[in-house]
Ligand binder design. Structure first.
Ligand SMILES: [Zn+2]
Length: 219
């Protein structure tokens, strides 16, 4: 990948070709699904409890790989259009696996209003809007909100992480999303803890089904 294009936040064809793809759009019981739902032996049951149809990430996030710098720029260095471009690219590739079939709406993982003010944008919303442009599926940012500002996860142990994200999310007007198939979009899944907390809050959308998409999965 070209250093200047990562720096500028706009990737060329060559950069896009060299992204560390996971190919998970074609794999069930992949590592992203496992992070969200547990080991394969628990997965079917967990999927039923959480109403998760499938989960996949587009790219592998690796330290000391250009992807690390790319994601850092997208999140913290005011290059949100990178999220849009990568969301678009993921959707162009994932739609060949029928990944978005029957999905009614896209919900980006919300940021806490304070974090949103500091950063100026929600990177997951940019990814969601890129996916929306390709698939035509609308983006919804009104039904799920973040009500607790959790400290940055990188600095925490697994147990702290669990306590911090529990009850971090709230839903509004749940009856409007009963029985919908919702694509939940995040930028990076590590342990899957945040995603599970969000899915737990979204159980109030009775009868809804969820597909989880993350731009990246950390190893
Ligand atoms: Zn390039």
């Amino acid at each position: 990948m070209c250093a200047t294009h990562i720096e500028e936040g706009c990737l060329c064809k060559r950069c896009l070709q060299r992204l560390p793809r996971t190919e998970q759009a074609y794999q069930r019981q992949n590592v992203t699904e496992m992070a969200v739902l547990g080991l394969p032996s628990d997965m079917v049951r967990a999927g039923k409890v959480m109403h998760v149809d499938k989960a996949a990430a587009f790219l592998f996030y690796e330290k000391d790989h250009p992807i690390q710098q790319l994601i850092h720029r997208m999140k913290y260095a005011d290059r949100p259009e990178l999220g849009y471009q990568l969301g678009r690219q993921a959707a162009l590739e994932f739609q060949y696996a029928d990944f978005f079939d029957e999905i009614d709406l896209i919900i980006p993982m919300p940021l806490h209003p304070k974090r949103l003010r500091e950063r100026g944008y929600n990177q997951s919303e940019y990814i969601a809007r890129g996916i929306s442009e390709v698939t035509g599926i609308p983006v919804d940012t009104t039904h799920v909100t973040r009500v607790r500002n959790t400290p940055k996860q990188a600095l925490q142990t697994g147990e702290q992480r669990k306590t911090n994200v529990a009850d971090a999310f709230a839903v509004q007007y749940p009856e409007q999303l009963y029985h919908k198939h919702i694509l939940l979009v995040d930028d990076l899944i590590t342990t899957g803890e945040t995603m599970r907390a969000c899915l737990k809050a979204m159980r109030q959308f009775r009868g809804a089904t969820f597909t989880v998409f993350s731009l990246c999965k950390a190893q």
